[in-house]
Design a protein around this ligand. Structure first.
Ligand SMILES: [Zn+2]
Length: 196
């Protein structure tokens, strides 16, 4: 097998859930049937890796130092909503019930997968929440076991620093991932949030 072909299959195996067989199939497909797509993929990967960084304030993906939401002067700086992913943030934005700022964990605590506090940027969150301006941290992690454990851990960490912490109300079904819950339910859960 050509060296470059092997190098490509090795690289494709870095993707989650891709084993040697499917990596070979993908490499074959790209080189045999979609060279234009392969070139596009290569450019997109290069560009994204060069340009996309974490927002210095909220940790979400951005191509600038500070993301558009954090830079928006009309947002309420006293509230900080903690979500697992940018998709969850978009879901909460769609409810139009929240005008504060965000912190995006880019994951959740998951000891079984070896994901600990460092992996979800909790030191950065602590520094952000303790900036002296934030008055309330709203925990909006998913209502899954891992999301709940993450909320509990963060709540204890922030309360130890004397910060006020609230959690979305239990309108969201148990096991519910915000991304898949309807906007009306999340809007109610946001309005009915309670202290932890
Ligand atoms: Zn930001």
């Amino acid at each position: 097998m050509a060296k470059s072909f092997e190098f490509l299959t090795e690289a494709l195996r870095r993707l989650p859930g891709v084993g040697p067989k499917s990596a070979q199939r993908m490499a074959f497909h790209l080189l045999q049937h979609d060279r234009e797509g392969a070139a596009m993929l290569s450019r997109a990967l290069y560009q994204a890796v060069e340009q996309v960084h974490h927002c210095a304030l909220c940790n979400t993906f951005t191509e600038t130092e500070i993301c558009d939401t954090c830079a928006d002067e009309s947002r309420d700086k006293c509230q900080l909503c903690v979500v697992e992913t940018p998709a969850d943030q978009a879901m909460i934005e769609s409810t139009l019930t929240y005008k504060g700022l965000y912190f995006v964990l880019m994951g959740r605590l998951s000891p079984l997968d070896g994901i600990g506090p460092k992996d979800i940027h909790l030191e950065k969150l602590l520094a952000r929440a303790a900036d002296g301006v934030v008055e309330e941290v709203v925990l909006a992690t998913n209502f899954t076991n891992e999301g709940e454990a993450t909320a509990h851990y963060i709540s204890e960490m922030l309360k130890a620093r004397g910060l006020a912490v609230t959690r979305l109300a239990r309108g969201v079904p148990v096991g519910g991932e915000l991304e898949y819950v309807d906007a009306g339910t999340i809007a109610r859960a946001m309005l009915d949030r309670r202290s932890t």
